[in-house]
Design a binder for this molecule. Structure first.
Ligand SMILES: NC(=O)c1ccc[n+]([C@@H]2O[C@H](COP(=O)([O-])OP(=O)(O)OC[C@H]3O[C@@H](n4cnc5c(N)ncnc54)[C@H](OP(=O)(O)O)[C@@H]3O)[C@@H](O)[C@H]2O)c1
Length: 344
């Protein structure tokens, strides 16, 4: 194999700029492992990166993509952790939308034998996000009541499962009834379809929470913070309300939302004894030790494979991204490089 395929945009700002390229493989560096990528996991951050709304987006041309799964083709002279033929999943700071990737071994994890490649590509970023939010920042304890927004999404679904695995009680929210039905079929009983007046909905049902995971923002976030019990925590890690509905952002709308974003008064937080925490896990890329430690913690919790809701052929990245951007996807959206892949 001397060539590979990859998606690239010459600059952020318009998702339509993302195009498929063929390139020649460079020589493999001594400290890298070369992987034939079978599946690429899509993340909401890909949309924000492509539209230029994500602070971590590289300047100029870049290939999106934060996670993948595949088979080791070759190992550099100085790497001994993996061998050709090993099945792995991995994370990357951009560059994941590719059919071949060179990675340092520190960013790779063996793929569990009973998982397929799509499940592997669906696991690292979103599970680490859910875990870090719940345990490191959320300090979750057994029996606590936890509100998880976008509970049928990639991070949300992993968070719902982890909350249960840790002996606490998840309440999930979703944007439509179909997702609520689906979640209940998976065994999650307490699911709310968010109403336009979400604050009123929580007050009407006398809902209170010890921990909230929010990546939507706006009024949903404010209402969630107001429903926290004393000593409760709001963990924020995204702002899906800024999602552009087309390939390019509507900057006027985004500016309006930005001006009306929730703001917190620390003096009031002392009085009401509730706190707000926030993070972006992409910075973990530079902190290999911390990332490895988090992965070890997750290993200790035997987890079922993540739910892959939608599989697209590698060439159909635009369709896959449009589905994710629409807010209608359930579980993980994955691109598969095998030519026989059919859309589902
Ligand atoms: N900070 C970090 O380190 C980090 C890491 C990973 C992910 N994230 C954030 O976590 C969130 C979830 O990521 P994900 O990849 O797992 O995505 P996802 O949850 O699978 O999909 C995003 C979901 O957001 C909800 N949503 C709310 N308002 C929306 C809008 N205006 N347009 C479209 N969707 C909207 C939709 O679900 P409902 O309508 O059912 O709520 C949608 O399905 C994203 O905001 C992402 O940026 C942050």
């Amino acid at each position: 194999m001397s060539t590979f395929r990859y998606w690239q945009t010459h600059r952020a700002g318009n998702m339509a700029r993302l195009t498929l390229h063929t390139g020649n493989l460079p020589a493999l560096a001594d400290n890298h492992v070369r992987i034939k990528v079978h599946a690429v996991g899509l993340n909401f951050a890909d949309i924000f990166a492509l539209t230029g709304l994500y602070s971590a987006t590289p300047q100029g041309a870049f290939t999106p993509g934060l996670e993948f799964a595949g088979e080791v083709l070759e190992t550099g002279a100085q790497t001994h952790e993996f061998a050709a033929g090993d099945r792995v999943m991995g994370v990357t700071r951009f560059g994941g939308y590719t059919s071949v990737i060179d990675s340092e071994p520190d960013y790779l994890i063996p793929l569990p034998v009973e998982w397929d490649y799509a499940q592997g590509a669906a696991w690292p970023a979103q599970t680490l996000t859910a875990w870090y939010a719940l345990t490191h920042l959320g300090a979750l304890q057994a029996d606590q009541q936890v509100l998880i927004h976008s509970a049928a999404g990639g991070v949300g679904l992993q968070a719902m499962k982890l909350v249960e695995a840790l002996g606490a009680r998840p309440t999930g929210t979703v944007g439509n009834e179909e997702k609520a039905v689906w979640l209940r079929q998976q065994g999650f009983e307490d699911i709310l379809v968010r109403e336009a007046d979400f604050a009123g909905q929580l007050q009407r049902d006398k809902r209170h929470f010890d921990l909230v995971l929010d990546a939507i923002g706006g009024k949903v976030q404010t209402a969630s913070f107001n429903a926290l019990n004393p000593m409760g925590r709001l963990v924020v890690f995204g702002a899906a309300e800024f999602t552009p509905s087309h390939n390019r952002p509507n900057y006027l709308k985004a500016a309006w939302r930005y001006l009306r974003r929730p703001r917190y008064d620390v003096m009031e937080m002392i009085s009401s004894n509730r706190s707000v925490l926030a993070f972006n896990l992409i910075w973990l890329w530079e902190q290999k030790g911390k990332m490895q430690a988090l992965l070890k913690e997750l290993e200790a919790i035997a987890q079922p494979p993540p739910h892959v809701g939608h599989r697209f052929a590698f060439k159909d990245a635009h369709e896959a991204l449009a589905l994710l951007r629409s807010g209608q996807s359930v579980g993980k959206v994955v691109l598969e490089t095998a030519p026989e892949t059919i859309k589902s």
